[in-house]
Design a protein around this ligand. Structure first.
Ligand code: NDP
Length: 480
């Protein structure tokens, strides 16, 4: 698979003429090539988006909505092809790509195509004297940058609202997982999406991402990725007062009280720990369990974790697929070593796994449970972003909160209890942007999504997204 950039409605080779290898993480073999684009390609894409802005921003909401709906329909028609591509590129089980990633990309387009039809302008009436009305206008050319863990899912989660609100976009997927972003450009082509409105550029963070966010003609940036990258982008944006939304890393706590529904909790905790090989920003990685059920929890959790089937993403029985890259696998294994050196006990997993046959060169790690660590150690403070969780006991509600809030991150948390008052109290006092009570990853696209502290700046979702991608303009009419 050799892919190209998509600029001004045309598939274009990178100006450097150079390509990067794309590796299938389930085999460790090169299976494609992606453009090694640079600032020149970025400048061309921005120019094309700038040109398209005057037309796209003046379309009615209904017209923009129709264009987005056509993209959603076509993604749905090509779901199987996109799911296969996503699974191969990322290493995630095919059934996850088929049932989660690609359907969500369809939903992202449909949701914002519909939401934009329901946007209202505000009026602040001052009686006989006059009134204010507030219009919301698109901002201009948006830079959308996304990570590799949920490639098309997160790519479209920013692109769809940016376009619905009337902006044009230059988007960069992760160089590690470019396949479905490229397929999206073929879909734009098929549905005759207006030229230049969405431009997709492939390449590295430094050669493509940085020129994109630094460019003076890009007034607004929507970024999802690591906290270190987010900090760098934040500095670049601050010097020229760009509007910015940052969805960053997490180290999410699961707080488990003894009065929870134990079976439901164990089943869901297994998912919140190891889905997508633990490579979801919302995965719970610090599991905090009330002492009276700690032993029972550990025995059951370890037994169920050991039964998870590790295997090739294409095998329908696989529950744990491949880690996204060799580098990321090494990073995860180094954290497991660190945990041991910090006094942690590896209760299960913790090893590199070799899968038979064609997949023997792939990047697999057994799901790992670690106990015996202090909350202040590096293993508990730094994001690992893999199939690795730590488990710690607590005595009281106050202690549970103290442990849960002992983090520089604040993305999401999970609380398990059947005591309604306790659930509300803990949810109110836990410092994260998202809280799930007796559940995990139940998403409603209307709700604000994002984190506090080092997990980000701003919120995505519903009208929060549409507000971010527009600038309010207040107009006062004097009637005196
Ligand atoms: P990175 O921060 O490494 O990369 C994210 C994106 O930014 C990639 O497209 C990357 O390109 C690009 N990039 C890298 N450097 C720069 C730069 N200097 N300027 C502009 N763009 C740049 O994150 P990962 O891809 O490793 O993703 C994992 C991280 O994402 C985890 O920390 C995870 O928690 C977080 N995440 C957060 C979510 C949230 O909603 N809060 C959701 C999902 C993930 P390239 O890959 O080509 O280098």
């Amino acid at each position: 698979m050799k892919i190209d950039n998509y600029i001004d409605g045309v598939f274009i080779k990178p100006s450097s003429g150079e390509y990067l290898d794309n590796i299938d993480p389930s085999t460790g073999k090169i299976y494609g090539q992606i453009p090694k684009s640079n600032y020149k390609d970025v400048a061309d894409a921005i120019q094309s988006a700038k040109k398209a802005f005057s037309l796209w921003s003046k379309l009615t909401s209904a017209d923009r909505s129709n264009h987005l709906m056509r993209v959603a329909d076509r993604i749905e028609q090509r779901l199987e092809e996109l799911a296969l591509a996503e699974s191969k590129d990322n290493g995630k089980p095919l059934k996850v790509a088929r049932t989660v990633d690609i359907p969500r990309a369809v939903d992202n387009f449909r949701f914002f195509a519909s939401a934009i039809l329901h946007e209202n302008s505000e009026i602040h009436d001052v009686g006989d004297n006059g009134f204010n009305y507030t219009l919301r206008r698109p901002v201009g050319v948006v830079a959308c940058i996304s990570p590799w863990n949920l490639p098309l899912y997160l790519f479209t989660w920013k692109i769809a609202p940016a376009l619905a609100a009337g902006n044009t976009v230059v988007a960069k997927p992760s160089e590690i997982t470019p396949a479905t972003a490229f397929l999206l450009s073929t879909i734009l082509d098929e549905v005759n999406f207006p030229k230049g409105v969405l431009n997709i550029i492939h390449g590295t963070g430094l050669e493509v991402g940085e020129p994109l966010v630094s460019h003076p003609d890009v007034p607004i940036i929507s970024f999802t990725g690591g906290t270190v990258t987010g900090e760098r982008i934040n500095k670049i944006a601050a010097s020229s007062f760009k509007k910015i939304s940052l969805e960053l890393g997490g180290k999410n706590p699961n707080v488990i009280f003894s009065d929870c529904d134990f079976e439901q909790m164990i089943k869901t905790t297994l998912k919140s720990s190891f889905s997508n090989q633990g490579q979801i920003c919302l995965c719970g990685s610090r599991i905090i369990v009330e002492k009276s059920i700690y032993d029972r929890f550990l025995i059951s959790f370890i037994a169920k974790t050991k039964k998870l089937r590790i295997g090739p993403p294409s095998d329908p029985t696989t529950q744990i697929g491949a880690i996204v890259s060799a580098d990321h696998k090494e990073k995860i294994l180094s954290y497991i070593k660190l945990a041991e050196s910090e006094g942690g006990k590896i209760e299960c997993g913790g090893e590199s796994v070799v899968v038979d046959g064609d997949n023997s060169g792939g990047y697999y790690i057994s799901p790992t449970i670690i106990t015996g660590l202090d909350m202040n150690c590096r293993t508990n403070q730094e994001e690992i972003f893999g199939p690795v969780v730590t488990v710690m006991p607590f005595d009281s509600e106050d202690e549970a909160l103290e442990l849960a809030n002992n983090s520089k991150y604040g993305l999401a948390s999970t609380i398990w209890t059947n005591d309604l008052k306790k659930a509300h109290r803990v949810a109110n006092n836990i410092y994260t942007g998202i809280v799930w009570v007796n559940s995990w990853l139940v998403r409603d696209l209307r709700t604000p999504f994002g984190g506090v502290k080092n997990s980000g700046v701003g919120r995505e979702g519903g009208f929060e997204s549409l507000q971010f991608f527009t600038e309010p303009k207040n107009i006062y009419i004097d009637l005196k």
